[in-house]
Design a protein around this ligand. Sequence first.
Ligand code: AFP
Length: 314
Amino acid sequence: MVKEAGQTKLHIDLHRHLRENNEDPRLIRLICEIAEASKYIINSIRTGDLGLAGTSNLYGEEQLALDVLSDRILVKRLTYSGVVAKIASEESREVTTIHENGDEYYSVAYDPLDGSSLVDVNLAVGTIVSIFKGSNLLQPGRKQAAALYILYGPRTTLVYSTGKGVHEFSMNQLMEYTLVRENIRMGDKAAIYSPGGQRNLYTQGVESFAAYLEENGVKLRYSGGFVPDFNQVLLKGKGIFFYPHLKNAPQGKLRLLFELNPMAFLMEQAGGAASTGRGPILDIVPQKVEDRAPVFIGCREDVAKAEKFIAAGD
Ligand code: AFP
């Protein structure tokens, strides 16, 4: 369910919304720097080189020039923001330390351009950001200070939460982010579902869950981009996204620090749920920066249903 921002609050900009929510000035600075960086990422998406960079990321995956460029844009702004202790990027093999004694600063884990391989077929992509207070990035996601994503689609939108609800902003002609939806809330039951991964590799429990959704008239909506697919589930308020454990990949595909923790924080803040299929994503204690996890994220009732099918069938 989406609650349109009240007339009095429509069009207030991101900085003012954060200030009126009495956020820590350093956190306001950090989130606004990320919003500024998105303007340069938009430009690189619209005009940048679509080819391979000839390098590989933290997971040993081939990088596109856009991955590297988007990462450089964010690293530069975060490094000079004056409020960051550590930076972990899906596109970088090393965690970068900016301030050694970072208790009063923030640490950031991000995927600079998730779904970048979709740009050359002109589909929507996004930036996903997880923010912790202090220097420890290997905390459970429930400890995040904030989470946000920027969706580069027909419109450029930014969705954030600092633990006081989930709010959506849209970029206007002046490239300012202005409020369009405040305190976004999930509905109780899915009308759409986004099933990631190869279906022939689903375990029995997951296959039964997918069949259950189909039998109950839930419609398949899947672009292959986590950010647009998640955004559709969140804003329609009646959906579930899953990228499950597979027969050949028990941890699934999506990355815990860079993709799942921020999206799980947003989903729980909107009254939804985010599970590995056996327990909450936000309670996982990460072992290493590159951890992956299976994910079922969306309406609380459907996530619980998935857990039941997995418990009974796997
Ligand atoms: P890339 O960022 O490597 O393009 O992967 C995107 C992604 O992690 C996520 O955005 C999608 O939900 C998922 O991959 C799609 O994976 P499949 O192509 O295996 O369905």
